[in-house]
Design a protein around this ligand. Structure first.
Ligand SMILES: Cc1ncc(C[n+]2csc(CCOP(=O)(O)OP(=O)(O)O)c2C)c(N)n1
Ligand SMILES: [Mg+2]
Length: 660
């Protein structure tokens, strides 16, 4: 067979270790596999479903093989593995399924289960969310194989979260496309004419390759599209037949070289206009959400902020700006500064409207909420956001419409170098003293705000269930001298970690799910911990109870694959967000919320019986402790848990907490 490929990248030789006789070549198959595959040239009718093994097959599967068998390859799915290996993807978290059995078999037997390594997942949603969390640490995507209709249906919420959070995940869905060859029964239920339709509204791109060459192009294209800002998920539907067949004699295939696409940069005229507004502003404010795509983004934001001595309000979609910097603002102080601003630049915001407008839910006589502008008349707004290039019609993740004066459909990080230069050039010498004074005022206000935050954290220090601030600081005391990475979300814990911990590096805070689809936190934490593992970082996760119960099986994945991280449960024994919603409506309607037999309004509590998360974790092989209700017990237990994690294992400590 002629094998002409113009690949220059490093990959396994397709025919390595195989005897080549004349024009006919064969790939060595695992020992004993011969009996399970039809011999070359013999037409074997396709069986309707799995057959009982023949004596020959049974002996091949259970007995000691006598000789190395010859297969009838090379196999199409081996070539697919060659393609995948050029993309430098380290892991493949997946739940196994027949629709991609050929690729699965090639990955572990032909590909040696390396780059990517198969990680066994107990739910497709967990597999995709692992890729989501992993990316935010590693800056590289993972690949997830999904089973036709049902696997992709399970995966879909995680794909949506990745879409909203602008994170690339690559999904290959197995599908038995050819109805005339499709095995009857189960595979038909799991097949569709177009499985990608399930996720098309919240993926950047999808394809259904119909040939091996098409597959090679589609995989490389998918990778490039996913990894071009704005990042996002992509899906490839992969026909089971295409994977399973031997390659055609004489087929000439190549793997396109992967060359990254550069991100879109703001138009130079718009950059100059924005710089002029910022340089001339009396009270400029910088608001960021997913602006720092890489560690360099953090450095660039510091440069811009310092050039202007402007406060930076980090909305927390990523770790954008060091919390330890005196220009970092948050909470009511950030709102007050926005109220005084004459120029506001928003970078990669998911909600510009809510940045400059307030929406008040529980006001009398405003059944649909009360809207209020947060800004002065005439405040100029500038936006740099690559998501303007990524909008689709159906899902409403683009938020309310906001009029903006200078709007760049561009990547903020890629635009920052030009913007910083333009701002420096636009600042008149006469303004330098005023800018410096602005910085001095902000420095003092920063120090005052730190004191107020610490005072607030001390409130109810000794209560049981334990205050979220106390828990946050008890954990901090145990990890502060380590190279720590906060891989969970602190949104439901009054953001105490973001308010109190000295977050500076890109792996100190990862933001949240993006689409607010609950069930993201624990699998994303496992994915992030996986990415931290090779750096020897200590991964720390706070996990809400409701989130944990969507798909706790990912704990087993962490134990099985030795992914070390510490999960501390924020176990408020309920869906507290929804407690507040039902309570709010009851208040508005002047009714007492019905509690039934629970601690919150019916339908919002997770108690009676209380879930024992330590036992749940222990059942899946994790070291665990709790439930801890007395704050005095936290320090010694957390100390032991930290030692366990340092030894390379996952651990979970269950803590009964205050609601927020
Ligand atoms: C998939 C999904 N289902 C339901 C919701 C609605 N929801 C929003 S917050 C929340 C409560 C989650 O409970 P938990 O994770 O324990 O957090 P808590 O509010 O108690 O801190 C729910 C159910 C959602 N956002 N996503
Ligand atoms: Mg809860």
């Amino acid at each position: 067979m002629a094998q002409k490929r113009d690949v220059k990248v490093d990959r396994r030789k397709f025919l390595a270790g195989v005897a080549v006789a004349g024009a006919a070549t064969a790939v060595a198959t695992p020992e004993g596999a011969q009996a399970a595959t039809p011999s070359a040239g013999v037409e074997t009718p396709r069986a309707p479903s799995a057959l009982p093994p023949s004596a020959k097959v049974a002996s091949a599967e259970t007995g000691t093989p006598k000789a190395v068998a010859k297969g009838n390859g090379p196999f199409a799915s081996d070539f697919m593995v060659d393609v995948i290996k050029t993309l430098n993807i380290d892991y493949l978290p997946s739940n196994p399924a027949s629709s991609f059995r050929a690729l699965h078999e090639s990955l572990i037997n032909y590909g040696g289960n390396k780059k990517p390594e198969f990680l066994t997942c107990t739910h497709e949603e967990s597999a995709v969310a692992m890729g989501h969390g992993y990316f935010k640490i590693a800056g590289k995507p993972l690949l997830t194989l999904c089973h036709g209709t049902v696997g992709l249906q399970h995966a879909s919420m995680a794909v949506y979260n990745a879409w909203c959070d602008r994170v690339p995940v690559i999904i290959v869905g197995g599908n038995d496309l050819d109805a005339s060859k499709r095995p009857p029964g189960v595979p038909t239920f799991h097949s569709a004419q177009d499985i990608n339709a399930l996720v098309r509204d919240f993926t950047k791109w999808d394809d259904t390759p119909v040939s091996l060459q098409h597959f090679a192009q589609s995989m490389v294209r998918a990778y490039k599209i996913a990894m071009t800002p704005p990042y996002g998920p992509v899906a490839i539907s992969l026909d089971a037949g295409l994977q399973q067949e031997p390659m055609k004699n004489g087929e000439t295939l190549y793997i396109p070289r992967l060359v990254p696409t550069s991100p879109p940069q703001g138009d130079s005229g718009a950059v100059r206009e924005a710089a002029k507004l910022l340089a001339g502003a009396e009270n400029p404010v910088i608001v960021v959400d997913r602006a720092a795509r890489t560690p360099n983004g953090i450095r660039l934001l510091v440069q811009l902020a310092e050039a202007l001595q402007a406060p930076v309000f980090d909305q927390g979609g990523r770790m954008n700006f060091p919390k330890t910097h005196y220009l970092s603002v948050s909470g009511p102080r950030a709102q007050a500064l926005i109220g005084r601003a004459d120029v506001i630049i928003g970078m990669e915001l998911s909600d510009f409207w809510a940045t400059v407008n307030a929406w008040i839910d529980n006001e009398d006589n405003h059944l649909h909420g009360k809207n209020e502008s947060r800004i002065k008349d005439g405040t100029k707004l500038i936006s740099i956001s690559s998501v303007d290039l990524n909008t689709k019609a159906n899902y409403q993740d683009f938020q309310r419409f906001q009029v903006v004066d200078v709007q760049m459909a561009a990547d903020a990080e890629a635009t920052l170098p030009a913007l910083i230069e333009a701002v420096k050039a636009a600042i008149p010498a006469s303004s330098k003293a005023a800018i410096e004074k602005r910085g001095e005022t902000l420095k003092k206000a920063y120090a005052d705000a730190r004191v107020r935050t610490k005072e607030a954290a001390a409130v109810a220090w000794d209560v049981s269930p334990i205050s979220t601030a106390r828990l946050t600081m008890e954990v901090w005391a145990q990890i502060k001298d380590l190279d720590w990475s906060f891989i969970g979300s602190d949104r439901q814990m009054s953001n105490w970690a973001s308010r109190l911990w000295p977050m500076e590096k890109h792996y100190h805070h990862l933001g949240a799910s993006g689409g607010y689809g609950v069930g993201y936190n624990i699998p994303a934490a496992v994915g992030a911990a996986l990415a931290n593992r090779e750096h020897g970082r200590f991964s720390i996760n706070f996990n809400p109870d409701g989130d944990m119960m969507y798909a706790p099986g990912v704990l087993w994945t962490a134990a099985h694959h030795r992914i070390p991280f510490l999960t501390v449960m924020h176990n408020n024994r309920g869906y507290h967000q929804e407690v507040m919603h039902v309570q709010r409506l009851s208040n508005r309607r002047d009714r007492v919320a019905s509690l039934g037999k629970t601690i919150g309004p019916i339908g919002t509590s997770i108690d009676n019986p209380d879930i024992d998360y330590a036992k749940l974790a222990a059942s899946m092989g994790l070291w665990s402790a709790g439930p801890i209700k007395d704050p005095v017990e936290l320090a010694p237990t957390l100390k032991r848990a930290v030692e366990v994690v340092k030894s390379g294992q996952p651990a979970l400590v269950d803590v009964w907490t205050q609601p927020r």
